[in-house]
Design a protein around this ligand. Sequence first.
Ligand code: ADP
Ligand code: MG
Length: 688
Amino acid sequence: MTENSLATMPVTTLRGVGTQLASKLARLGIATVQDLLFHLPLRYMDRTRITPIGALQPNSDVVIEGQLRGCDVVQGRRRSLMCRLQDHTGTVTLRFFHFSNAQRENLTRGGHLRCFGDVRRGRSGLELYHPEYQFLDQHQPPPLQPYLTAVYPAVEGISQARLRTVIEQALLLVSEDSLQELLPDSSELSLLESLQFIHKPPATAPMDQLLTGSHPAQQRLALEELLAHQLSLVQLRQQIQRHPAPSLGAGQALQQQFLTSLPFALTAAQLRVAADIMADLAKPHPMLRLVQGDVGSGKTVVAALAALQAVASGYQAAIMAPTEILAEQHRTNFQSWLEPLGIEVSLLTGKVKGKARERQLQMIGDGSARVVIGTHALFQEGVVFFRLGLTIVDEQHRFGVHQRLALREKGKGDVLPHQLIMTATPIPRTLAMSAYADLDCSTIDELPPGRTPVNTVVLAKNRRPEIIDHIRSACANGRQAYWVCTLIEESDVLEAQAAEATADELHLLLPELQIGLVHGRQKPAEKAATMERFKQGNIQLLVATTVIEVGVDVPNASLMIIEDPERLGLAQLHQLRGRVGRGKLESHCVLLYSPPLSKQGSERLSIMRQTNDGFRIAEKDLELRGPGEVLGTRQTGEMSLRIADLQRDSHLLPEVKRLARQLLETSPHTTNLIIQRWLGDGERYGQV
Ligand code: ADP
Ligand code: MG
């Protein structure tokens, strides 16, 4: 039997698997016998030995045996059936909340039982809730399981026992021949040995290793799984780069003119990154470059330089921002920078409607708009570019891989635009591979000179009056401040209401100040007007929701109060805090929390106090919350792993990269087989 046949053999070829079970398995992404083999356990239970009742520990899965010593229906908060089971070391309670009359009669009759279940601390001491059980002939007990019992990811309507039986059948079918070893110079354990071990670890297997995923068999599979993802991303990159892209080689004169118009000189880091981009753009295949740079490192001017190169070469540049406010602000910046050079900048967001929208679409379509700024409205249907040569995605962490890919498709015909991705959320090394394997990377690792680090304090809400006083005196001295309202609910209506209420309250407490309000429910024009008045210094205190999180740039603002910061992620707090500390003034950020804080909550806030370094903050965030939360569900949703864990297995990444390079060079066919085996067709990263 060949690899191919297991991979194409439908599960219905197995004994006892009909169309009904097959459709349930399909919900788990299992269609073939090979898919069954790669449906890997989440954890294990030890049913290989009997635990003496006297030695039971809460929160463990056990097998026990004993004599029934009475069964009663008790009326507690919930009616339940309680049975006492005794062996020579002690007694324990079995508790059933659902039971039939027959079951009750059977158990009341007494006898010798073997039970499997989860031990908990209950009202009558240790209890097993709803254990599985069987009556035993005490003199001839059936043998115990010879293997540790795997617990699989399951869906409604398919029991663990059922899954175990079908996977067992798949294991019987497979042999060294049918399961091709795809890793070169493979380690001690073959793929087949690893799979057999993982589905059915022998009774003597080290449970602690298995539960932490550190057993060599698990590591062997994790390595191959990570390799599959890496290969898929690299393949995507290669597919993209096989397309032609316009070679954007002109622009030096225009760029020089732009640079001399700026009130500052670029930092060495900005120049270095700009040079990387210039070189990429001149090539006849698509650039795929990520620019990482902490909040305030000056990514926008670098983007402008890239846009100029596209424009000077006769193409359009599109810049996609994650929020309306940021898009508006980019428009303002780019207009003030580029219009003096005779370059038309246009704005397209979801809120540009009717005639105004038609006019924008017209200008984008006939090429009179050379630089187009927008939100994701930019890549909706009906937006047709004249000659799109470059797309720039700002604050990439807010977008998923798929949205990024959608923008690629806006080029004409076979030709793809160049792509520049910018992010302030430093991606910890451990995640960089997964999220960005398809990108080259440049880092702006230096802040413009003259910035003073933000001084952060963490205070409980009862200190609010002091903070109000502080705002009063800071604003009296010509400073400006942000007051940021956060809310747990994902509702911009409630969030807007909370911000309005706070603004009203602050009006009463600080009647001498001009106070402005921005939130997500306002019209773009209203938001833009308020932001502009704040920027001009006509508003001293700006009450805002997290809509101001990214990109907003008002250097005279030197004080930020964040209410209930414990509700936000560290990366988000870092972004928010990055709104201050942009000028020469000493800046402060007050994290005003509602006590009591959880232990993790106070740990997280104290990291904010200790460091301004976005990279350290991101690593800490990852440590405390895990990759899912840090990258956002959109992105991790695209990388669902069966056995590998990006953080736990990060030590495998160098080997993953080495193997990927080797395979791509020597054996493209194997590459496809590995991707197919682990990712199937559904989960592949976009096709071009
Ligand atoms: P971010 O990287 O967070 O997007 P911005 O591009 O918004 O940062 O830049 C932050 C601020 O720093 C802006 O006011 C920008 O004009 C200014 N800036 C950018 N580069 C320099 C520089 N080399 N020297 C001084 N100020 C700079
Ligand atoms: Mg920015």
